[in-house]
Design a protein around this ligand. Sequence first.
Ligand SMILES: C[S@@+](CC[C@H](N)C(=O)[O-])C[C@H]1O[C@@H](n2cnc3c(N)ncnc32)[C@H](O)[C@@H]1O
Length: 300
Amino acid sequence: MNPSEGLSANLSEDSPERPAASPSAPAPDAVSADPADGPAAAGIPDELRAASFERQRRLRQEPRFPGGPAIDPAGSHHERRIRSFQPRRSRVTPGQQDALLRLWPKWGLDIDGQRVLDLPELFDGLPAVLEIGFGMGEATAQMAAEDPGTGILAVDVHTPGQGNLLGLADRNGLTNIRVANGDAIILLREMLKPDSLDGLRVYFPDPWPKKRHHKRRLIQPEFLDLVAQRLKPGAVVHCATDWEPYAEQMLEVLTAHPLFENTRADGGYAPRPAFRPLTRFEGQGLDKGHVVHDLLFARC
Ligand SMILES: C[S@@+](CC[C@H](N)C(=O)[O-])C[C@H]1O[C@@H](n2cnc3c(N)ncnc32)[C@H](O)[C@@H]1O
């Protein structure tokens, strides 16, 4: 089976339920990115619901920051699919707004699913790793500063984080980060060439702890089929999580996948490599007493 087809099929039904707050995820936004997660779920009257949908429709159409990231670059009805991310608070600070306005045209790109990226051109010939879900971007900026010979294509849907990371890159003189806005699945499936990535980083993805939400977890077999197509042979998938059942799932599906091999001879979790800084969500998990697991698997 074509891995893209498999992923599409797997991601073709969305849950109408609002996800419960995950152990390491922030509270959902007051204005949801997904109507299915909106006021209907809270039992709000029809007219208020209609007004909210109208507001969301306008929000999707109007750029929030002129020349900045689009509200919904691939179009929310592009296809019905499961979102691995959840609605977030989206208050943008003046500093983040300034960074979005000044730097998005230079270092930002919308995931519209309409064009294929030329990674060597994007990063002036540097090897390119994809980081999915950089949050506020502090760890991304630190890794970029410590490894200027690697380009980081950092993707998230979270506007304040995009502004934050652009500002960090600017203040620290980092030229090896590009910030992508939208769903990483569409980026991987529609906008990256086969054998184009030198690595994938997924640090503390939303854990979706409830059983009925497990299908929204990013690391699953069909996702790995797609990732395997986009990675160069030898490139490493590096995941980390503080949610034990998700770590077990990651280990199981990565171990079972024929195109990935554990870099650990003992077939288990890896210690945190020195190049991965502590992340913001990791810190929150550690404060709650969670145990963190890293997994590093190479593309065969
Ligand atoms: C729990 S946060 C972790 C953030 C950061 N890595 C850290 O450790 O602090 C997960 C992030 O992944 C993003 N995310 C989840 N699924 C995504 C997807 N399919 N495409 C882009 N971003 C996604 C969410 O928006 C969120 O910012």
